[in-house]
Design a protein around this ligand. Sequence first.
Ligand code: GLN
Length: 281
Amino acid sequence: MNIFNAIKEGSKILKKNNIKFSALDCEILLAKVLKKERKYLILNLDKKLNRKNLEIYKNLINQRSYGKPIAYLTKKKDFWNSEFIVEEGTLIPRPDTEVLIEATLKLFKNRDYANILDVGVGSGCIILSILNEKPCFYGTGIDISSKSIILSKLNAKKLSVENRVKFIKTDVDNFSNGKYDLIISNPPYINSNKIKNLEKDVRNFEPKLALDGGLDGTFKILKVIKKASTLLKSNGKLILEIGYDQKKIIMSLLKKKGFYINNIVKDYAKNDRCVISTKIN
Ligand code: GLN
C-alpha cells in the first residue's frame, strides 16, 4: 500500500468511528511511524509502505478509532515554546493552559529571580515553560502521581532546565518546604458529576485524578489556596487555572483566605480560565 492509500483507508476507518479530524490524524500517525515530518508524506504519496510499518500504522489507527488521544499515541505535545513528552496517566497539556504562562511572564517581566512551586505538576509543562523563559528562576513541582514525577523529570532534561527544578511525590496537604514568590497550579477542577459529559477522548483516556475536583469542582483548588496562604512569601503571587464557570466561587474562596485578586484572564475561547492573586496577609 502506498502513502496516499494508507491515509485514505485510515481516514475512512476513523470517520466511521466519528473521529473529527480523520485525515489529519492519519497523517500525524503515519508521519510518526515513518519518523518523518508531515510534509514528507505529501511529497511522497506514491511511496510504498513496507509491511512492518503498515502493521504499526494499522495498530495506531485502531487505537485512535477507540478515541485514544493523538498525543498519547505520538507521545508528544507542543506547549508554549517547547515539545513535551506525554504519557498515559498524566494530563495532556492544553493550549488554554498557555494563558497561565503568558500571565506569569507579564507579571514577572522585570524580575530576574523567583522561587516557584507548581502544585499538581503533571507533565511539567507549566513550571518548565516558565523556567525555560526565565533563566534565573528556580522551582519545585509536586504531584501525588509517581508517573507525573517521572515524566516531569524527563521533560526537565529535554528542556535542559533540570538543574533548576526538583520534583517531589507528595500530596499538597503534606508539603511544607520552602517559601515561594509564585505558586502556580492547574488542579483538577471538573465537577465529579460532569466528568461523564466530557469528550470521549478525555473521559475514557485521561486520568480522572487530574480532572476530578470533587462534588462542586473546587475541592482540590481549595486545598491549593489553603496551602498557598502559608507557603507564599508576603506579596507572593498565586496563579490558578479554573473552570469556565468558577470565577465567582474561586474569587470568594481566595478573598476569605487573605488574597487580593489582581486579574482574571480569559482563554482562547474567551472563557474565564486563570485567576491571578496576591497574598496580602
Ligand atoms: N481543562 C481540562 C479539560 O477541559 C481540565 C483540566 C483540569 O481539571 N485541570 O479537560
